[in-house]
Ligand binder design. Structure first.
Ligand code: 5GP
Length: 206
């Protein structure tokens, strides 16, 4: 994938159905870990109450989004419930080059696209303990209209079925435990020999 080869930080794609708790989990992992960042996506969806431009998303209009896409400024993008979502490339390049691990909260097709073009990435599917629990979480969040919620639940079934396309699957039953498991995955990924190739020489040289 353009400009991401030779990257030092991990690119961790986190997907899963709407309402599963990706945002909350990502915030928790960021709170616990140093040298870790969240990729801020660009979207044409309207901000929810409390969401801030440049913190939760870069909110933009359709025309500007398409302009960014055409200019090659977006690593991957998807249309989800009639709105565009995309990962800005430049900030990501800077972070991984500096050795920062980056968490991407993206759709299943988004993760698959990153995986195809950047096989070195880590892909993780976050699942709810049950569909009933997912419904409860979505309605508790109360950010969607009844129609939008229905659309998201319909999509959720397909997203759950895509779990086998991911390297890791974590069932989000409990915030602390899920964050612990994700940290363990990140730690293990850092210990893979492929990421440490040549370490023997460095050690034997001193
Ligand atoms: P939401 O509207 O709930 O914030 O996000 C809807 C969906 O879009 C979620 O599944 C979220 O992971 C996904 N999403 C957010 N940003 C991006 C992005 O940059 N690329 C892709 N492919 N999906 C995104």
């Amino acid at each position: 994938m353009t400009g991401l080869s030779g990257a030092r930080g991990l690119l961790i794609c986190v997907s899963g159905p709407s309402g599963v708790g990706k945002g909350t989990i990502i915030r928790e992992v960021l709170r616990r870990r140093a040298n870790m960042a969240h990729s801020i996506s660009v979207t044409t969806r309207a901000p929810r109450p409390g969401e801030q431009h440049g913190v939760d998303y870069y909110f933009t209009d359709r025309q500007s989004f398409l302009r960014m896409l055409e200019a090659g400024e977006i690593l991957e993008h998807d249309i989800y419930c009639d709105q565009y979502y995309g990962t800005p490339l430049k900030p990501l390049q800077k972070l991984v080059a500096a050795g920062t691990d980056v968490l991407l909260d993206i759709t299943v097709p988004g993760s698959l696209a990153v995986m195809q073009n950047y096989p070195d990435c880590v892909t993780l599917c976050l699942l709810p303990p049950s569909l009933t629990e997912l419904k409860n979480r979505l309605s508790k969040r109360g950010t969607e209209t009844a129609e939008a919620m229905q659309k998201r639940l319909t999509k959720a079934r397909d997203e759950v079925k895509m779990a086998s396309s991911f390297q890791y699957v974590v069932v989000n039953d409990n915030l602390t435990e899920t964050a612990r498991q994700i940290q363990a995955i990140i730690d293990a990924e850092h210990c893979r020999y492929a990421r440490l190739a040549g370490i023997e020489e460095t050690i034997l040289a001193h």
